[in-house]
Design a protein around this ligand. Sequence first.
Ligand SMILES: *[C@@H]1O[C@H](CO)[C@@H](O)[C@H](O)[C@H]1NC(C)=O
Ligand SMILES: *[C@@H]1O[C@H](CO)[C@@H](O)[C@H](O)[C@H]1NC(C)=O
Ligand SMILES: *[C@@H]1O[C@H](CO)[C@@H](O)[C@H](O)[C@H]1NC(C)=O
Length: 221
Amino acid sequence: MAAGQRRPSLRAAVAAVPLLLLFALSFWSQAASVAADGGAPAWTTALQQHVAYFDTDKDGIVSYSETEAGLRAIGLGAATATAAAALINGVMGPKTRPDNATTSQMDIYIENIHKGMHGSDTGSYDAQGRFVQAKFDAIFSTYAKAEPNALNETELEEMRHANRGSNDYKGWAASKAEWDMLYSLGKDKDGFLQKDTARAVYNGSLFVTLAKKNGGSSAGN
Ligand SMILES: *[C@@H]1O[C@H](CO)[C@@H](O)[C@H](O)[C@H]1NC(C)=O
Ligand SMILES: *[C@@H]1O[C@H](CO)[C@@H](O)[C@H](O)[C@H]1NC(C)=O
Ligand SMILES: *[C@@H]1O[C@H](CO)[C@@H](O)[C@H](O)[C@H]1NC(C)=O
């Protein structure tokens, strides 16, 4: 049903690509620090669960087709998903590829993804990629003023600006892309991003929920 309803314009598709690229890149890159930590093949932390959404066959590699299927499942149109997946995997594949790898250049290796980590974030993940409840709570206790436990767009901006590291332009861009994306996917009808919705991103369940809502064959489970 959703497929017939929405056909993204080329402009929307082009606008979505860099956002998705940075969004995926920053989450994936943080996941790498997790893999590097214990070396355990099973993804167990909040970040790993988030990334695992895209890694359908659970082999530690996010292929081009996995990215595309995952993006379509959360509601992106076919053209947008194809363009975004080509960009994401085209950029991240070569960066994360082990020297002796023999699979596609477009494969993203989660274990090596730390090469794209960024700063200027909220600190809601620690260096190992674990969720830090206190930091997450602080976002809302500090910036949610108009409504308790929810942020409007102005408050979101304030929060991001306060978290900026000096001259960390890549981090600023990545953080903006993430939060803009999260806000546009997760805001309620009054334009507020509820705390529960934001929490669902950190524990990896928002993508799965969106995939179910879109009635697609979920790329997760
Ligand atoms: C590449 O090298 C790593 C470490 O030296 C090794 O564990 C891995 O099995 C190698 N992979 C291939 C495809 O040869
Ligand atoms: C958004 O939040 C700011 C800061 O708390 C507040 O001044 C503004 O009125 C809020 N806007 C809406 C539409 O709630
Ligand atoms: C993730 O967080 C959301 C929002 O708090 C919650 O409803 C959901 O049950 C959580 N899911 C998991 C797998 O922890």
